[in-house]
Design a protein around this ligand. Structure first.
Ligand SMILES: *Cc1c(COP(=O)(O)O)cnc(C)c1O
Length: 397
C-alpha cells in the first residue's frame, strides 16, 4: 500500500516548485507564487480522478472526516454509525464535534453489516459511516437504500481503499461525502494530508470555510474576508500538497503493481481449501492494498499468524488483538479517558460498550488475517513470498 516506497524525482520536482517561490500556504500571496497552486492542483486532480464535482484537501484523513461531518451539520448529540473494525480516527472525528459514535457489527466483508446498521438507527442518527478497510468496500447499495429510507447521510471513509471501485464508480464518490487520507503509510501519500469529495455544493462550501477558521474565501484580501460561522484550522500546506500532486499522478501505476502482487499471493493461497477470502460485494473491485482471508477458527488463525512471522513473512496483521483497529482494545473510548471533561451529550449518551455484544464481529475478526501488499516487491520476490506463505499455513493445518 505505501506510496512512500516509490518516492523520487516527480515528488522532488513538485516540492522544488514550492521551495523556489517560498509560498508554503495554499491561500493568497498571488504575486510571489510563480503561478503554483499545488493544493488547488491536487483538488482538481482528485475531483477528476474520483468523478466528483468538488474536492477540498485538508491536513489529514482524520481532519477530512471531521470536516466532512461538520460540513453536513453534524454536531452535539447527533449519532454517527461506524464499524467495530476501523482505525481510531473514526470515533475521534465524531467525538471532536460532540457527536456520538455508535459502534455496529461488521460481516464477512470486514465492513459494516447493513442489517446491524438498520437495527442501530434511532431518532438521533444522522450519518452512516462505512469504512472501506484494507482495500475493499461495504455493501454500498444496501447502505444507500437504508440511508435513503431513513433520511440519513452516507459518508464513506475510503482512506484505505483509494482507487477501488463499486459499480464502476470510485470509492468515496458513492456516498454524500467521501474521505481520503494521504498519511505516510497510505496508498498515495503527502506526508500528512487528506481530502473530502462530494457532489454537494453546500457541503463543499461549508468544508472549505470550516477548515480555515470560517474564512468565506471571497475576494483576494484574507484580512477583509467575512466569517459566516465558527471554524477551525485543518489547512494542508503547499509542501504536503505538492507531494500529493506527484503521487496522485502515480495512483494508477501503484494500483497496477498492487493488483499484480495481490493476484500472485491470492492464486497461491487458493490452493489451500481451508483459506477463505473476504467477501467483496457484487460490483466491487478492491484497490488491492491488502490480501484478507479467514481461517477455520481463532486458534488456527493465531497459529497461522505466528507461523507467518516465524517464516519471515512480514506485514501480516491479526487485527483481532490490535491496539488501534478493533474495538476490543479501545478502552480509552469505552472508559471515556479524556484529558479534559467531555461534552455533556457524549457523557450522557455514549453507550456502555463493555456491555454491548459484538460477537458477530468477533466471529469474523478472530479468524481473519490481513497481509499488506507492498509496491516495492519484484515479481520474483512475491512468488517466493507466496510459496513461503503456503508452506507456513500448511504446517498449521
Ligand atoms: C489512516 C486512516 C484514517 C486517518 O487518516 P490520518 O491521515 O492518519 O489522520 C482514517 N480512517 C482510516 C480507515 C485510516 O486508515
Amino acid at each position: 500500500m505505501p506510496g512512500f516506497e516509490l518516492f523520487g524525482d516527480k515528488e522532488r520536482k513538485e516540492v522544488q516548485d514550492v521551495m523556489d517561490s517560498g509560498v508554503l500556504m495554499r491561500y493568497g500571496f498571488d504575486a510571489m507564487r510563480n503561478g503554483h497552486w499545488k493544493t488547488k492542483e491536487l483538488e482538481t486532480g482528485l475531483s477528476e480522478r474520483m468523478q466528483s464535482k468538488y474536492t477540498h484537501a485538508v491536513s489529514s484523513g482524520t481532519a477530512a472526516l471531521t470536516v466532512a461531518l461538520a460540513s453536513a451539520g453534524v454536531g452535539a448529540g447527533d449519532e454517527v454509525i461506524m464499524p467495530t473494525f476501523t482505525f481510531v480516527a473514526s470515533f475521534e472525528s465524531i467525538l471532536a464535534l460532540g457527536a456520538i459514535p455508535i459502534l455496529v457489527d461488521i460481516d464477512d466483508t470486514l465492513t459494516l453489516n447493513p442489517k446491524a446498521v438498520e437495527k442501530a438507527i434511532t431518532s438521533k442518527t444522522k450519518v452512516v459511516m462505512p469504512v472501506h478497510m484494507c482495500g475493499s468496500m461495504a455493501d454500498l447499495d444496501a447502505l444507500k437504500s437504508i440511508c435513503d429510507k431513513h433520511g440519513l447521510l452516507l459518508l464513506e471513509d475510503a482512506c484505505q481503499a483509494i482507487g477501488g471501485t463499486y459499480n464502476g464508480k470510485p470509492l468515496g464518490s458513492i456516498g454524500d461525502l467521501g474521505c481520503f487520507s494521504f498519511d505516510y503509510v497510505k496508498t498515495i501519500t503527502c506526508g500528512e494530508g487528506g481530502a473530502i469529495i462530494t457532489d454537494n455544493k453546500e457541503y463543499y462550501e461549508n468544508a472549505h470555510m470550516y477548515s480555515d477558521h470560517g474564512h468565506d474565501h471571497i475576494g483576494n484580501n484574507r484580512g477583509a474576508e467575512a466569517h459566516p460561522f465558527l471554524g477551525y484550522n485543518f489547512r494542508i500546506s503547499e509542501m504536503n500538497a505538492a507531494v500529493g500532486v506527484a503521487q496522485l499522478a502515480r495512483l494508477d501505476e501503484f494500483l497496477t503493481i498492487q493488483k499484480r502482487n495481490y493476484s500472485i499471493l491470492r492464486e497461491a493461497l487458493s490452493s489451500i481449501p481451508e483459506v477463505v477470502f473476504r467477501t467483496v460485494p457484487d460490483g466491487g473491485e478492491e484497490n488491492y492494498s491488502f490480501l484478507n482471508f479467514f481461517l477455520p477458527n481463532e486458534d488456527i488463525a493465531q497459529k497461522v499468524h505466528h507461523a507467518l512471522s516465524g517464516a519471515g513473512v512480514d506485514g501480516c496483521f491479526y487485527w483481532y488483538n490490535n491496539n488501534w483497529h478493533y474495538y476490543k482494545k479501545w478502552e480509552h473510548l469505552t472508559q471515556m479517558k479524556s484529558l479534559g471533561k467531555l461534552p455533556k451529550d457524549v457523557i450522557e449518551s455514549l453507550p456502555d460498550y463493555s456491555k454491548v455484544d459484538f460477537s458477530e464481529s468477533d466471529q469474523w475478526m478472530s479468524r481473519n488475517i490481513s497481509c499488506l501488499i507492498k509496491l516495492g516487491w519484484s515479481e520474483e520476490e512475491v512468488t517466493e513470498r507466496a510459496a513461503k506463505m503456503v508452506e507456513a499455513i500448511k504446517t498449521v493445518l
